[in-house]
Structure formats: structure tokens, C-alpha cells
Write a protein that binds this ligand. Structure first.
Ligand code: SAM
Length: 224
């Protein structure tokens, strides 16, 4: 099923309308044109259940099964922009969900590795991305708190579920010069999207981007 350009353009307008919320951290009033091009290209209606298709281009999260959601398009676009990807980058996503964020990233980087704790969602996303011919995304079922050591270090890491702290294995698996985005906080309480940067000297700095509401990062983790 094809979706019409007006619906996609409406989604992009809704995204652009909210950019001032994050312009301080972005350092500009617009998103990278390559990110908007990727958002235009990925058919979000292919990533949601049939009964959610009429809402696929609305700027809100949608249910995808297993009690999980595909994130709001504005947040997907903003996190993608803040990663500052380049075509030669290798990135890690924690929280594959529907595979939508992976598909957007796959337009911008050389390789995406994505982990999902619900094997049912991981299998569906893998099948979907293969059917839609996204060839540079690899998905595995597992706890992304521990990253994906085999393919580390990563140029960028994006966590799409909220955690009470930044998982130390993810910081370790980030390349010097790399960026990591993660919603920090507890479910049903205010969470902050955090942008962490690892300097070329290995020093880590971080700043808050904006308030967000994500599903929790689940699994058995050490308290830090
Ligand atoms: N990025 C997804 C997309 O484009 O559809 C949406 C992600 S949804 C907001 C968060 C996802 O993180 C859920 O699918 C959830 O099962 C997954 N998740 C939660 N804890 C996880 C963990 N420890 N490791 C990997 N995935 C996890």
C-alpha cells in the first residue's frame, strides 16, 4: 500500500513545528535536511499494525504489540539528528521495536545494529526490514543494556527505552568522538532525553535535551 505525499508532508510539518523545543541543543532552528529526507522516505505505515495505519503519519507514538510502542516521529527525527551521523558510521540502537527508527538510520549510515528484548518484536522487525529491502540493518533478540560487544565500538548509540542510569557497557562501546542518546528516568515519571558525548580524549560530557516519555528499559541490570 502506498501512502500519499500530503500525509508524509503533514508529518514533516508537524516535526518542523516542534524543532524550537530543542533548538538550544541542536544549535539551529531546522533539522538536517538529510534527516528530513530519510523521514520522508521511510513508509511509517508499514511499521504499525493494520488498525493503526490511519494514524501512521500523526505525530504520536503508536502501539506495536507486546505492550510496546513506535516512537513519535518528532522524537525519532530529533534523536536521529542529534546523533550527527555520517555515511561511513556504524551505529547501535537499543530497542528495535517495530524497526522504524532502524530504517530511518539505515538511510544515513553504513550499518545499523539493533537489539530488542522481546524476541517476537525482533523477529517481526527483521522480517519487515527484509521485505522492505533495508539491507544494512542487523537485529538480534537480547538485552541491549549490555550493548553488542561483537560489533563495538560504535560511532553512535541510540537507546529508545528509558533507563534510571546510563548503562556503563554502552559508554564503553562508544567510540571516542561518538554520541549516545538515552531517555533517563523511571516509567510514569518525568524523563529527560540525555545527549552524552565522548571526546576524542575519552572524556564524557552530557546535557539534557528535553522532557520525554518512553517505555522502560527492562531486563536484569546491576544498580549503578
Ligand atoms: N525504536 C522503536 C521503533 O522504531 O519502533 C521503538 C522503541 S519502543 C519505544 C522501546 C523498545 O525497547 C521496546 O520495543 C522494548 O521492548 C525495547 N526494550 C526495552 N528494554 C530493552 C532492553 N533491555 N534491551 C533491548 N530492548 C529493550
Amino acid at each position: 500500500m502506498n501512502k500519499s505525499t500530503p500525509e508524509i508532508e503533514r508529518m514533516v510539518r508537524d516535526i518542523e513545528y516542534q524543532i524550537p523545543l530543542a533548538s538550544g541543543v541542536l544549535g539551529r532552528d531546522t533539522l538536517d535536511r538529510r534527516v528530513l529526507a530519510a523521514m520522508r522516505k521511510v513508509p511509517r505505515h508499514e511499521f504499525v499494525p493494520a488498525d493503526e495505519v490511519p494514524y501512521a503519519y500523526d505525530d504520536g507514538p503508536l502501539p506495536i504489540g507486546c505492550g510496546q510502542t513506535v516512537s513519535q516521529p518528532f522524537i525519532v527525527a530529533l534523536m536521529t539528528d542529534l546523533l550527527r551521523t555520517r555515511p561511513d558510521h556504524v551505529v547501535l540502537e537499543v530497542g528495535t521495536g517495530s524497526g522504524y527508527q532502524s530504517a530511518v538510520l539505515s538511510q544515513l549510515v553504513k550499518q545499523v545494529y539493533s537489539t530488542e528484548i522481546h524476541c517476537e518484536l525482533a523477529d517481526k522487525a527483521r522480517e519487515r526490514l527484509s521485505r522492505l529491502a533495508y539491507r544494512n540493518v542487523e537485529i538480534r533478540c537480547g538485552d541491549g543494556y549490555f550493548g553488542w560487544r561483537e560489533f563495538a565500538p560504535f560511532d553512535g548509540i541510540i537507546v529508545t527505552a528509558a533507563a534510571p542510569h546510563v548503562p556503563p557497557p554502552l559508554v564503553e562501546q562508544l567510540k571516542p568522538g561518538g554520541r549516545l542518546l538515552i531517555p533517563l528516568g523511571w516509567p510514569h515519571l518525568p524523563q529527560e532525553l540525555l545527549l552524552l558525548e565522548k571526546g576524542v580524549d575519552g572524556q564524557v560530557t552530557s546535557r539534557d535535551v528535553l522532557s520525554v516519555a518512553f517505555v522502560p528499559l527492562t531486563g536484569e541490570h546491576p544498580a549503578v
